[in-house]
Design a protein around this ligand. Structure first.
Ligand code: ADP
Ligand code: MG
Length: 713
């Protein structure tokens, strides 16, 4: 049969329809899909033992002849027991299975077979038997289930490892040599096997080292392709044209003296890098990283003012309404301070609200339609908003700079959608800002097409935040502490994992409902409890995603203006929110949040001159969740935490498996700095010799397929 990787499994004879359906359910439709469904471990049944050498507790393979085989039922007639006696030249042993009467039809007396399984001891203490061994008749072909290193696959949806082995082995035997898409010299330099060998060894290795090196090849291959994509992306951007936004040094210097604070050294450094980037007539593609509170916004704002000065528009997209409003307020203040030859016009485009601010002050009741017109005409220089910015109705005249705040919240597509709104023929510069520190290994791979600026220090005078894991019995003490802080004039956040337990529990099954009721703190209930029972004398407010944009904004503004003391909220306040007077962050059910998220919550406090604390409460007391939370307490900075998260939970935690489309081996490769370095060097070397890959046709095709996979969501 003329097999190749693209051959569909349903065209191959002998695969039953039920098995096919199960494969299809796992998106295994072609030979390639099947062969790239890798085992996740191997069981070593490679050595054949003699019956007389077997030891209790051992995993072993024996080869012997079936002497007898019987099927009987237990007295309740519920369980069927199959018992065979197997003999080799050194002795006999029993093998026992349950509820598989058909075995009798396969293992007929006189048949020679391999049996792999656990050697158990029966009650008599002397009598050894094999419990539920895998068996395989010894015939003409190689054994695939026993007597060797046996691949174990992820078993889901009724697909057994045995079933997969049954299919994979003959396919590998019949598959002709596959032409390798990785260049021979690359493979040779890295001491990696060719594709055909790698496939055979990943499924049916003769020795475990063969499997390891085969997997390494696949991880290397994906990283290598990823690097090619990155380099290609960079090269492509270098051929695009962007508006050069000149750095007016005198103006920048003047603005810096007008700011209410002096920029930190690394803010200046980052600002310099951004200014250099946007001054070039090629699109900048930069990530501005910096811990929560390190002051990224002002860097973006100054760049936006420079763009406005030469007539280019800037758009700033924030992940939440609250944050968009806050940015609007910040820009408003900043622009009032640093007038740059006529204050630029500023607009807010959010779902529930549009606002327009011209040099003459705020235009009352700016309608959305009027605002959009001004944006399109170029009269508005800086447009701040949420996802609402992506809508079709938003068009620009000459977009020069796109800023996305907390970009990990946005998908690739959203980012692309904004970049397309350029208005002219020029591609806007792109600046993404994130407080989620990205581990270096990921920076060099998944984010490898981005230039990086990092703000490494917090503004002077910030006190480190005290972080504690609070046992349930200290709850009353904590409330007393909060009361004391509020007496001193401070404010507190209380974060809960959900808005409303009733609504969500209703949808769940009845038994779960009971469980959830006991379990999870909700904003609404905590709000009731705190405002009526615990702190009836204090001003408690509530914030969550089901509230209208206007309500949310009012609650945030009131909290900001000290009109409330305690804000009970869901994760809507997670990113960016800035209330320097708040000193307490109390988090309920903290084990339900990711480390990065908790880190963000904590960053909401410690922004002013007062000592701040972060108190973590948990619903669960498992050691694992405690260890994880400890990482937050011990981490000196976000980067350390990021590396920790990467080790503990893998890159999926940062990227979301869905967003990358990277296969498991590549995800594992992302944790291997050595392999990353090698793949990057190899990609760079190849592109230096052959920038368009004109001499590597197969690789080019493979790369195109890889790219398609990479961005499917
Ligand atoms: P983030 O990097 O988390 O987005 P922001 O840009 O919101 O941080 O800044 C946090 C707070 O610090 C804001 O109130 C901002 O005005 C203030 N800030 C920024 N830079 C400085 C600085 N160099 N010195 C003092 N305060 C600063
Ligand atoms: Mg921010």
């Amino acid at each position: 049969m003329g097999l190749n990787l693209a051959t569909r499994l349903d065209t191959i004879h002998g695969i039953g329809p039920r098995f096919l359906a199960r494969l299809t359910a796992l998106h295994i439709e072609t030979i390639e899909d099947l062969l790239w469904h890798f085992p996740f471990r191997y069981e070593d049944f490679s050595q054949i033992y003699r019956v007389s050498d077997l030891e209790p507790g051992q995993q072993a393979t024996i080869r012997g002849t079936v002497q007898e085989i019987d099927v009987r039922r237990t007295w309740q007639k519920r369980i069927i027991i199959i018992e065979a006696t197997i003999a080799d030249e050194t002795g006999t042993i029993r093998a026992v299975w349950f509820n598989q009467p058909y075995i009798k039809n396969v293992l007929r007396p006189g048949k020679l077979a391999n049996f792999s399984g656990k050697v158990s001891v029966s009650d008599s203490e002397h009598d050894l038997y094999l419990s539920h061994p895998t068996y395989e008749l010894v015939g003409a072909h190689d054994t695939r289930h026993t007597g060797r290193l046996v691949p174990i696959y992820p078993e889901t949806r009724g697909l057994t490892s045995k079933g997969i082995r049954f299919l994979t082995q003959p396919i590998l035997e019949h598959l002709p040599e596959i032409p390798d898409w990785l260049p021979v010299d690359v493979l040779a330099a890295e001491h990696l096997p060719d594709i055909t060998t790698a496939l055979r060894n990943v499924h049916f290795p003769a020795a475990i080292d063969d499997a390891i090196i085969a997997k390494k090849r696949f991880a290397f291959e994906d990283l290598f392709l990823l690097q090619l994509v990155n380099f290609e992306q960079k090269a492509r951007l270098a051929t695009e044209r962007a508006p050069g936004i000149p750095t007016d040094i005198a103006l920048v210097k003047r603005m810096l003296t007008q700011l209410p604070f002096a920029l930190t050294h690394s803010q200046k450094q980052a600002l310099w890098e951004v200014m250099q980037g946007i001054a070039k007539p090629r699109p900048m593609n930069r990530l501005l990283q910096g811990d929560v509170g390190s002051g990224k916004t002002v860097v973006a704002a100054l760049a936006a003012i420079l763009a406005a000065r030469v007539g280019y528009q800037t758009t700033i997209m924030a992940p939440t309404e609250v944050l968009a409003h806050q940015h609007f307020a910040t820009f408003q203040k900043l622009l009032a301070k640093v007038t740059a030859g006529g204050t630029p016009t500023l607009a807010l485009v959010a779902a529930g609200d549009t606002r327009l601010l011209t040099p003459d002050g705020e235009t009352p009741h700016a309608t959305k339609a009027a605002l959009m017109k001004s944006v399109k005409s170029g009269a508005v220089h800086i447009v701040i908003g949420t996802h609402a910015l992506i809508q079709k109705s938003v068009a620009f005249k000459n977009l020069g700079l796109v800023v996305i705040d907390e970009q990990h919240r946005f998908g690739v597509d959203q980012r692309a959608a904004l970049l397309r709104k350029t208005g002219g023929t020029l591609i806007p510069h792109f600046l993404s800002m994130s407080a989620t520190p990205i581990p270096r290994t990921l920076m060099l791979t998944v984010f490898g097409d981005l230039d990086l600026s990092t703000i490494t220090e917090l503004p002077a005078g910030r006190k480190p935040i005290t972080t504690k894991l609070v046992p349930p019995e200290d709850r009353a003490k904590t409330y007393a502490f909060i009361r004391g802080e509020i007496r001193k004039g401070r404010q507190a956040f209380v974060i809960c994992p959900r808005i409303d337990k009733a609504a969500e529990a209703d949808a769940a099954k009845p038994r779960q409902q009971e469980f959830l009721k006991l379990d999870m703190k909700s904003v609404k209930e905590e709000y009731e409890k705190l405002s009526q029972t615990v702190f009836p004398d204090l001003r408690v407010a509530m914030l969550h995603g089901q509230m209208k944009a206007k309500e949310k904004e009012k609650v945030m503004r009131d909290f900001h203006d000290r009109k409330s003391d305690i804000l009970v909220s869901t994760s809507v306040i997670e990113v960016g929110v800035d209330v320097p007077n708040a000193t307490i962050m109390m988090i309920e059910g903290s084990e339900r949040f990711g480390l990065a998220q908790l880190y963000q919550f904590r960053g909401r406090v410690g922004r002013g001159e007062h000592q701040s604390s972060c108190m973590l409460f948990t619903d669960s007391v498992t050691a694992a969740s405690r260890d994880r939370l400890k990482a937050i307490i011990d981490a000196k900075n976000g980067f350390e935490l990021a590396e920790h998260d990467l080790k503990l939970r893998g890159p999926g935690e940062f990227l979301g498996e869905k967003q990358t489309g990277l296969p498991d081996v590549a995800m594992a490769g992302l944790q291997n700095p050595e392999l990353i370095r090698a793949s990057r060097a190899a990609a760079e070397k190849l592109l230096t010799k052959d920038p368009t890959l004109s001499r590597a046709t197969l690789l080019r095709t493979r790369l195109a397929e890889f790219k398609k996979k990479l961005h499917v969501e």
